[in-house]
Design a protein around this ligand. Structure first.
Ligand code: SAH
Length: 386
């Protein structure tokens, strides 16, 4: 145990306190092997997986970086992460899996605080202004958004602060003030205002442009997302005529990429903000054969089944908890020729495959995609057909 702790510390000085990278002490080759083996074992009753899709450069992949701000005992500003399962701040300047520019910007912001007399927020006393910094980067566009999360809407000499930060980092394309005055573990509050640039960034994925606002959902590993979606499209085998449903569609990324090769696409999603972003993304990319619905995916599919609506290909990407029995029953009733199941949790994936197998589907192909190197998370895509 002590030996393991030492190896971890060599790669990352805060690994044992952070707990984010469960596999920091494994080489990348070993990580891929372990993920591949555990996936193969889980999938054994259903399908032999293709070779796992890993990263060429498995470091610094996270396009979204968060730092919590606070003070040490001498009232010096510190920034970093919460210690695992606590609210103590562990100072971090650079992280193995985070975008490096983002990490540097966070260090610069910390360095500017004193001369601008900005105090980090103190959770216990409620004094201080700066609670968090969130940085989101566009991999293909190079755009960078800095979100300063404050405890109050008033930031003294904010224009000069913006000037000073841009002087150090001219690559920043937008800066947003977000106000979070609640006693909460959520990072972002509800009010926000752009104090430099347009208030959001854009990124490109699968040849489409997507808008990323401070709070919108967007996959955190852009390099692997490209490969994941390409695999999903390969499995979908679209020819231009099909009716496709993108279930659990988030901001519509998969459905929009599918829309180029499909007759028409429907997207269904439970989160109101995600649906709003999906609609604006479709408009931004001038896609006219897609429609998004704000609904529970299971209820929506049940309605489709009752109205006997035809469906050729079902794309589904449920959350960690997997799909619901209602959804899967309705899917079997509608009986699309192909189901492409994207999963971020192989355990619930296998549970759902078991159900669909009983309804006459067979898993034809499957593959694991390593979206989160250095962690134990496995993402997978499966193709099912009758
Ligand atoms: N396919 C998207 C998002 C996948 S994350 C992408 O790749 O970017 C899973 C999504 O399912 C989340 O956006 C979540 O809000 C949504 N979701 C969770 N439960 C749902 C339900 N019961 N019905 C519809 N959508 C749901």
């Amino acid at each position: 145990m002590a030996g393991e702790k030492k190896t971890k510390q060599k790669v990352c000085p805060v690994a044992s306190k952070c707990g984010g990278c469960q596999w920091i002490n494994k080489s990348y080759e070993e990580q891929l092997k372990a993920k591949s083996m555990s996936f193969r074992k889980l999938m054994e009753p259903y399908c032999r997986p293709e070779a796992i899709i890993g990263m060429e450069n498995p470091k610094y992949y996270r396009n979204k970086v968060h730092a919590v701000f606070g003070e040490d005992q001498r009232h010096n500003a510190i920034s970093g992460i919460y210690e695992e399962k606590s609210h103590r701040i562990v100072p971090v300047d650079s992280c193995l899996i985070e975008n490096q520019k983002a990490d540097k910007i966070i260090v610069s912001i910390r360095g500017l605080l004193k001369s601008f007399k900005i105090r980090p927020y103190n959770e216990d006393t409620g004094f201080g202004l700066l609670r968090h910094v969130l940085i989101r980067t566009g991999y293909a566009t190079g755009e960078i958004m800095v979100v300063l999360v404050l405890s109050s809407p008033i930031m003294p000499s904010k224009n000069n602060f913006v000037k000073a930060l841009l002087k150090l980092h001219p690559e920043i394309t937008t800066i947003v003030l977000n106000v979070n005055d609640k006693d909460t573990s959520m990072i972002l509050g509800e009010r926000e205002k752009a104090i430099y640039g347009k208030g959001y960034i854009e990124d490109r994925l699968g040849g489409m442009t997507f808008r990323i606002s401070p709070g919108s959902f967007y996959q955190v590993n852009p390099v692997q997302t490209e490969k994941l979606y390409a695999k999903a499209m390969e499995y979908a085998g679209l020819t231009g005529k099909e009716t496709v449903l993108d279930a659990y569609c988030g901001t519509g990324t998969i459905g929009m990429i599918a829309s180029r090769d499909a007759g028409r696409v429907l997207g269904v999603e439970l989160n109101k903000d995600a649906v709003r972003d999906a609609v604006s993304n479709a408009r931004r990319n001038r896609i006219s054969n897609i429609r998004f619905y704000l609904n529970d995916a299971g209820k929506f599919l049940l309605e489709m089944a009752e109205e006997k609506m035809p469906l050729d290909v079902l794309l589904m990407d449920p959350p960690r908890s997997g799909s619901s029995e209602e959804f899967l029953t309705a899917a079997a009733k509608i009986a699309p020729g192909r189901i492409v199941y994207i999963s971020c949790n192989p355990v619930t994936l296998v549970r759902d495959l078991k159900f669909l197998t009983k309804k006459g589907y067979r898993t034809q192909k499957c593959v694991a995609v390593d979206m989160f190197p250095y962690t134990d998370a496995v993402e997978a895509v499966c193709l099912l057909s009758k």
